[in-house]
Design a protein around this ligand. Structure first.
Ligand SMILES: [Zn+2]
Length: 141
């Protein structure tokens, strides 16, 4: 990671539907759609609720916390710009709000356990702030 990391990193594909999600990431927040009818949280961004097909969805800030359900250690990156970061871990995080997302994890293989608590951690990778997940820090009271 001593070299320039942004040689040719592919940018996220931002559409009019997903724009608020990426605007939230730029502000350090995880914002998701919530259905105004059935109240389910939704990810990925869509035009209609996948639970009840209602079209009235509102963007709301989520906790950014969830549990790690499964993962895979990547040794050969899918894009050459990621190769210098290998090995890295991608996994499925089930958010407290309900939806699951595929994400890059800031954890080493030996740290991974099923259902471990994780939280979003936005990383500036090249010119793009991207949502990664890391082990949730213990709350001290
Ligand atoms: Zn709904």
């Amino acid at each position: 990671m001593s070299q320039q990391p942004n040689i040719s990193l592919p940018a996220p594909t931002i559409t009019p539907v997903s724009q608020p999600f990426w605007d939230g990431i730029k502000e350090g927040k995880l914002v998701l759609q919530k259905c105004d009818s059935c109240k389910e949280w939704i990810f990925y961004p869509r035009e209609h609720c996948p639970h009840c097909f209602h079209h009235s969805l509102t963007w709301k800030e989520a906790t950014g916390c969830g549990k790690l359900k499964t993962w895979s250690v990547i040794h050969r990156a899918g894009h050459p710009a990621w190769q210098e970061r290998t090995p890295y871990v991608v996994g499925i995080v089930e958010l407290i709000e309900g939806p699951s997302l595929l994400t890059h994890l800031l954890l080493n293989e030996e740290e991974l356990t099923h259902n471990m608590d994780v939280e979003m951690d936005i990383q500036e990778i090249g010119p793009h702030p991207l949502p990664f997940f890391k082990q949730k820090e213990e709350e001290t009271t």
